[in-house]
Design a protein around this ligand. Structure first.
Ligand SMILES: *Cc1c(COP(=O)(O)O)cnc(C)c1O
Length: 400
């Protein structure tokens, strides 16, 4: 006996705090890049799970690994050793660097990274530089790091010690550095802020500023990590090594999991007693993470990501010549941002009416975070619908 979308919505109206704007649809199951609602309607999803479902819906290895683990041990506290945590740490550190700490979400990973950056630098250093239009999560440290006034409105005072620089402006960063600055925290590609890629030499310049001033460089790879950019991590795509890196979203293919990795010489500063997470590194998330890495490798999904990236880039660049409401196309791996010169939100509803799920962010940007295993047929179908939707929107504003 399952409920209709409307019946589920009634439960929410009565019992769930209304802090999210939700589409009036209850999702019940999915397969590949397709998801179904309670009425049996099918949607093609080019934004599955806000980027968490990096292998699409119902990834086989992950399902099997979780099913086997859940029958053995659901939870093991971090006062014991457990094989799955050691193995997932090995899987990400050998593809990245250093040593891992596990938690349950992106914001939590950012909180841990802030603590580690302050702990690793001398006691009088506590300031952290972050970037306008960045996004780091909703807990107090993470939301303070998020330099967007709309997320601070009414919840102050914010955490002390954060200063904000315009994105891609090295000179502004240099101006903000002083004897009390401990770290620079940045998303290698800003996701929520509209798929903003770094200018040539920008991340390298941040690395140099950190080296010259004995500061640590922290990359927030919550959205860009785990194959999203066509390499395991975006720092590899851009060839700039951070000291600390955060991950979450797709790292366990949609099972709640966050992580920090830190260089070997930085990691011990998160000393015993200074930081912890009860559920962090639990065996279910860990086997899901390991199965995610194995799937990406077995199915050549890094390579596939580079191919799908080229396909989307070509499609949208061509479309830009046809449709005057497209201002700019920004693509990095399977992160696609189509910046319009009008508000992008109506595109979401219009696409949904045609059976396609996508996202609008930062007012004017259509954002896609497709699964790394999205098929060619799905890409074609999705692109056709988006072209249709954008033509309709262009007609509505009378652009030509
Ligand atoms: C989504 C996101 C976060 C926050 O992750 P939560 O799991 O929602 O706490 C932090 N940083 C970046 C770059 C993100 O995209």
């Amino acid at each position: 006996m399952s409920r209709s979308s409307q019946e589920t919505i009634s439960l929410f109206d009565q019992y769930v705090i209304p802090n999210y704007g939700r589409y009036p649809i209850s999702l019940v199951r999915g397969e590949g890049s397709h998801v179904f609602d309670a009425e049996g309607n099918e949607y093609l999803d080019l934004f599955p799970g806000w980027g968490c479902n990096i292998l699409g819906y119902s990834p086989e290895r992950v399902i099997q690994a979780v099913q086997e683990q859940v029958a053995k041990l659901i939870h093991v506290p971090n006062t014991w050793y457990m094989e799955p945590q050691g193995e997932f740490a090995e899987a990400i550190c050998t593809r990245g660097f250093g040593k891992a700490f596990f938690c349950n979400s992106g914001a939590e990973a950012v909180e841990g990274a802030i603590k580690l950056a302050r702990l690793h630098t001398p006691k009088d250093r506590y300031k952290i530089i972050t970037f306008e239009n960045g996004f780091h999560g909703r807990t107090y440290g993470a939301v303070t790091a998020t330099a967007q006034p709309k997320y601070h409105d009414g919840i102050g005072p914010m955490m002390a010690g954060f200063t904000y620089a315009p994105h891609n402006d090295l000179e502004a960063v240099r101006q903000l550095v002083d004897k009390e600055t401990a770290a620079i925290l940045i998303e290698p590609v800003q996701g929520e802020g509209g798929v903003n890629t770094p200018a040539d030499g920008f991340l390298q310049g941040l690395r140099e500023i950190c080296d010259e001033n004995e500061m640590v460089l922290v990359f927030d790879e919550v959205q860009t990590g785990m194959g999203r950019t066509g390499e395991w991590f975006a720092y590899q795509t851009f060839g700039v090594q951070p000291d600390i890196m955060t991950m979450a979203k797709g790292i366990a293919a949609g099972v709640a999991c966050g992580a920090i990795i830190a260089k070997d010489e930085v990691a011990p500063s998160l000393r015993p007693g200074m930081h912890a997470s009860t559920f962090g590194g639990n065996p279910i998330a860990m086997v899901a993470g390991k199965a995610t890495v194995e799937t990406i490798e077995a199915e050549n999904l890094l390579e596939n990501c580079q191919k799908l990236s080229a396909r989307f880039e070509e499609f949208f660049t061509n479309l830009k010549n046809e449709i005057p409401i497209i201002e700019e196309v920004r693509v990095c791996g399977a992160m696609i941002g189509v910046d319009l010169n009008i508000t992008a939100t109506p595109a979401v509803k219009k696409a949904m009416d045609r059976g396609l799920l996508l996202n609008a962010t930062h007012d004017t940007v259509i954002r896609l975070l497709p699964a790394l295993n999205v098929t060619d047929a799905d890409i074609s179908q999705g692109c056709d619908i988006i072209a249709d939707v954008l033509k309709e929107m262009a007609d509505e504003v009378g652009a030509d």
